[in-house]
Design a protein around this ligand. Structure first.
Ligand code: CMX
Length: 442
């Protein structure tokens, strides 16, 4: 057993009695109530999911296992000369709640390296897609095609004990996490650089450096990759991608089904696809300005024109956050250090000066501040990943670390099949005493 798996098993055994006690002794205790607007409005804010992997405070932003993002970036081990920590170290932290030592991270890196092979049939699936397909559709299908590798399924059919579900799920999850960056890079090279052919992985490199190598990018793209995957890894359990992964896995579908579904959820423009929308919107602005930096008045007009045409400002607002997203701030700091003169970065910074006030005046968005997606495309663009359809693939690879860590723990703690209750509109109307005879059509 690897050091990580051993540590995880110890943590699982320690944690199980806590969940059992809560259910057995406090199962009927009320912790929240549901309003009509929550039932009709995407279940915002209802406390009905449990995870220890991350927690999203509306004002402070995300914490992974109790650590803020700046703490995670500072405390996790880094390779020599790197600014950003190993992604493999993040996996250790998410699963165990502990900051690993260099030795413990090295062990995970070796384990990942041993699992880093993508079967030819997966490449055939990717190659079979027409070149104009969206990379998220290709990624989802490629992950799905790997489903036949699921150890969980093989063991389940043989009559595995519930207490061992976590173990087979850990194996499947770690296999998929080691492979998914390779799949992402293969999709990138096939769609955008078919003339160069695919670069195979370098077993001497950690996940971040190897991804940069496969993408054909020099330093500091290895650090960009590490930063990108780490900040996108988890955002507690209620967001569309994390919740979809958890929901699908709750039926004991294996991690390949669950991850493919999570990717499909992330592909929506209100969620992960917003990063490509931001770039499209910024390019529109740049074209309109003929490449010059707009004045404050010109910027304001562009933002108001977008709102008045009934569109949202991509990269702004959030379902939970009520302050600037720390994932935005981490990337901004990186930009200030590495690309302060980048045109698009200047646009993003200039927008930060005007958008929050406009959104406040507009009066709809509960959160006028930027989210992670307002910055992330700019960093990729600067390092030559200008194909913005691809950005959500990068988000997906990062998000897989959080979703899969959660699914392993879901299985370890025996979380139930998800099955909330629906009511009809008529039932709701009766509950609140509406007289349906006298409604006026709109
Ligand atoms: N621009 C314009 N209007 C916005 C807005 C924005 N950036 N953000 C919210 N609003 C509007 C909503 O569309 C909604 O309008 P209606 O009442 O007409 O439906 C109203 O303000 C209230 O919305 P909210 O409660 O503040 O936000 P929601 O929880 O409903 O939605 C989100 C959150 C992210 C979908 C929304 O802010 C949005 O569409 N933002 C732009 C897209 C984006 O950046 N998405 C990335 C999210 C980050 C992530 O994936 O983690």
């Amino acid at each position: 057993m690897s050091t990580l798996k051993e540590k995880l098993y110890k943590k699982i055994k320690e944690h199980r009695p806590r969940t059992t006690k809560l259910i057995k002794e406090y199962g009927d205790k009320v912790i929240d109530q549901v309003t009509v607007s929550q039932a009709l409005g995407g279940m915002r804010g209802i406390k009905s999911l449990v995870t220890d992997i991350s927690y999203l405070d509306p004002l402070e932003g995300i914490r992974y296992r109790g650590y803020t993002l700046p703490e995670v970036l500072e405390k996790l081990p880094k390779s020599k000369g790197a600014e950003m920590p190993y992604v493999e170290g993040l996996y250790y932290l998410l699963l165990t709640g502990e900051i690993p030592t260099q030795e413990e991270v090295d062990d995970v890196i070796i384990d990942f390296n041993n699992r880093r092979t993508v079967p030819q049939y997966v490449k055939n699936v990717i190659d079979a897609f027409p070149s104009e397909s969206h990379p998220m559709a290709i990624l989802s299908a490629a992950v799905m095609s790997l489903e036949r590798e699921s150890l969980f399924n093989i063991k389940y059919k043989k009559g595995m004990s519930k207490m061992d579900y976590w173990d087979a799920t850990y194996e499947d999850a770690t296999n998929l996490l080691a492979k998914i960056p390779l799949i992402g890079a293969y999709i990138y090279n096939k769609l955008y650089h078919p003339e160069k052919g695919h670069r195979f992985c370098d077993p001497t490199l950690d996940l971040g450096a190897n991804f940069a190598y496969m993408m054909g990018k020099d330093k500091p793209y290895d650090d960009v990759t590490r930063m990108y995957f780490i900040i996108h890894a988890d955002h507690e359990s209620g967001n569309v991608s994390a919740h979809t992964g958890h929901l699908v896995a709750s039926s004991l579908s294996d991690v390949y089904y669950a991850t493919s579904a999570m990717i499909n959820g992330l592909a929506g423009p209100l969620h992960g696809l917003a990063n490509q929308e931001v770039l499209r919107w910024l390019q529109g602005l740049r074209n309109k300005m003929g490449g010059k930096l707009p004045s404050k008045e010109e910027l304001k007009k562009y933002v108001w024109d977008t709102l008045n045409s009934g569109q949202v400002i991509p990269g702004y607002g959030h379902a939970v956050l009520r302050k600037t997203d720390p994932r935005y701030s981490v990337q901004r700091e990186f930009c200030l250090k590495h690309l302060p003169e980048d045109d698009l970065f200047k646009y993003v910074d200039a927008l930060y000066e005007v958008v929050p006030d406009i959104l406040r005046e507009h009066g709809k968005a509960k959160n006028p501040w930027p989210n992670v997606d307002a910055q992330s495309g700019v960093v990729q663009w600067h390092y030559g990943v200008t194909q913005y359809d691809f950005y959500t693939v990068l988000f997906s690879i990062g998000r897989s670390f959080g979703v899969l860590s959660n699914i392993i723990w879901d299985r370890a703690l025996g979380y139930s099949l998800e099955r909330p209750k629906s009511v009809t509109t008529e039932m709701l109307e009766k509950m609140v005493g509406i007289d349906t005879e006298n409604l006026v059509e709109i």
